[in-house]
Design a protein around this ligand. Sequence first.
Ligand code: NAD
Length: 348
Amino acid sequence: MPSRAERARPRVVFGVGTVSRLGSELDALHFRRVLLITTPGRGGSLAPVRDAVGHRSAGVCDRATLHVPIEQVRAALADVDAAAPDALLAVGGGSAVGLAKAIALERRLPIAAVPTTYAGSEMTGIWGVTDGDVKRTGRDAGVAPRLVVYDASLTVSLPADVSATSGMNAIAHAVEAMYAPAVDPDATAAAEDALRVLSRALPSVVARPADLDARALAQRGAHAAGLALELAVMGLHHKVCHVLGGTFGLPHAPTHAAVLPHVVDFNAPAAPAAMARIAAALGAADAAAGIRALNQQLGMATSLGCLGLCESDVDRAAELVASETYPNPRSVTTDDVRVLLRGALWAD
Ligand code: NAD
């Protein structure tokens, strides 16, 4: 795990309208021919980005999909070889940034990112590629974006439900960073900041999706949560979500929102100081209650049953989660996970 001091810092630019500076920011890094990486169908709606990139464009690859399937990576590598860019420009959420990272792993191209959700992947060197139902993940400083431009005006089109789910995914990163073992104090500070900012910004974004101030605040929270994720190792919550998404096909971000209060309840006795700080940052008396209240305000599905988990899946899921090793403040048995999942199956 890199400490903040050891980690190469990306150039980070915030502000409404800053996309217009993208060209000069790319020039400053000597990125002369950039291939724009995004999700299907979004290439046409990115006129401000394309205008700013101008003559530096090496084309658009819009093959990014959730969890970075290996087939998409192979097809994108063929696009890259044909276009011969000297850098990648990921525009979108974790899927676009994720595909850019998978390409960068193979071709060692640097990445610039213009994030338009709140997932926070732009601040990490964590990559993931899915082959069949197996998702491989790893860390590689070489795939961490070198330039990140946060322009809230590019996020007003992000639907309220995707804003909420990607934001709750960021909250989950911040929560687990707060109780991670031997955590870098910079990670804790970033996580606390992320919880404070996102818990206030996300309800405003969902209530008023065109509110640029709320959008900009949510981006600041997403940036801080991404930094916390980069500097800390994740625990039980991420393992549960990984198994539920990878093996049982539950949707990634909503699953984070539904599982998080249950894991926080489970971990609370083993990490009372971290839980008190999480609660304070959320403005709640109790950490899990604060997360449940936020889920409710954002209209999130809170039961795993609604997201597709069946009673008959619980035993197998519990075994898979308990069979892996990961740092967690409280040790975890198969029975513990079974009880946790049963509690989350039809929770309010
Ligand atoms: P996403 O990138 O899949 O985007 C969700 C949807 O929103 C897509 O259909 C996309 O086209 C659309 N979209 C994005 N921006 C938009 C905009 N401004 N207007 C309209 N539509 C827009 O979702 P996500 O939650 O950002 O990312 C999830 C993925 O990221 C998962 O695969 C997760 O594992 C990964 N992730 C990785 C890291 C990391 O550090 N490696 C961190 C967080 C998440």
